[in-house]
Design a protein around this ligand. Structure first.
Ligand SMILES: C[S@@+](CC[C@H](N)C(=O)[O-])C[C@H]1O[C@@H](n2cnc3c(N)ncnc32)[C@H](O)[C@@H]1O
Length: 232
């Protein structure tokens, strides 16, 4: 099995079983402990950043929420009128998302348990992958982004874990915890390497905005790539 499929299986097991309840709570309004509260605040700031790079009126536009989790970003996009396809490996998280979906949204959301790279979902104006490629090796990360970009006529917004000395130390400490309690490792990548790989693998796309969010135990960097050349 290749590294993408192996890692995908670990991620699915983690989010669908090991951490499903924790994740459901983290993404709700229920009170959480101090460390988790910093993560929730960081993730809220990240979602707001990504949404600020999307149009205010998305009527008639298709958006893929790639690795939608419990669906917060999909709902915000549908509030702006987008037709959203929201996909996650975890059927349990997709069920939570479906139950949380408000009625009478101006746009639409179709929920799927499956792989975000499935080509049957069609083409999109916008693809957003918030914290959903962070667990893959550099080659698989950029490979996944390239496959998403192929199906995107506008922009791909995603996040990566930036490789910095402080974060490298935190990841080393993380490895001291017992295996069973850990999530699949986050694989940091330096911004320079990411930019180089994007230029190589996605020549039709140009890098746009980027913003790092650091809040307690949450550090992630938002990145925008926009189709520069029309598709031939
Ligand atoms: C850290 S969570 C983030 C969820 C959501 N984007 C958010 O920000 O609330 C990462 C999610 O990506 C999903 N994921 C990872 N790889 C995926 C893939 N290949 N296809 C679909 N979902 C994937 C996981 O199942 C998990 O729910």
């Amino acid at each position: 099995m290749d590294t993408y499929q192996t890692r995908r299986g670990e991620i699915q097991a983690y989010f669908d079983r090991t951490a499903a309840k924790t994740w459901e709570r983290l993404t709700s309004d229920a009170p959480v402990s101090g460390i988790r509260a910093t993560v929730r605040a960081g993730r809220d700031a990240m979602r707001a950043t990504l949404l600020s790079w999307l149009p205010d009126d998305m009527s008639g536009q298709r958006l893929l929420d790639a690795g939608c989790g419990t669906g917060a970003l999909a709902v915000e996009a549908a509030k702006r009128g987008a037709d959203v396809v929201a996909v996650d490996l975890s059927p349990n998280l997709v069920d939570v998302a479906r139950e949380r979906m408000p009625h009478n949204l101006p746009g639409t959301i179709t929920w799927h348990a499956g792989d975000m790279l499935d080509e049957n979902f069609g083409r999109f104006d916008h693809v957003v992958a918030m914290d959903s490629v962070i667990h893959y090796e550099a080659g698989d990360k950029v490979g996944a982004l390239a496959r998403l970009a192929e199906r995107t006529d506008g922009q791909v917004l995603f996040t990566f874990a930036p490789k910095t000395p402080l974060l490298a130390a935190m990841h080393t400490v993380g490895k001291l915890f017992p295996r069973g309690d850990r999530s699949p490792a986050i694989v940091p990548i330096s911004e320079n390497k990411l930019r180089r790989l994007i230029a190589e693998r996605m020549p039709d796309f140009a890098a746009g905005n980027t913003k790092r969010i650091a809040s307690g135990f949450y550090t992630s960097q938002a990145f925008q790539i926009t189709r520069a050349e029309p598709r031939t």
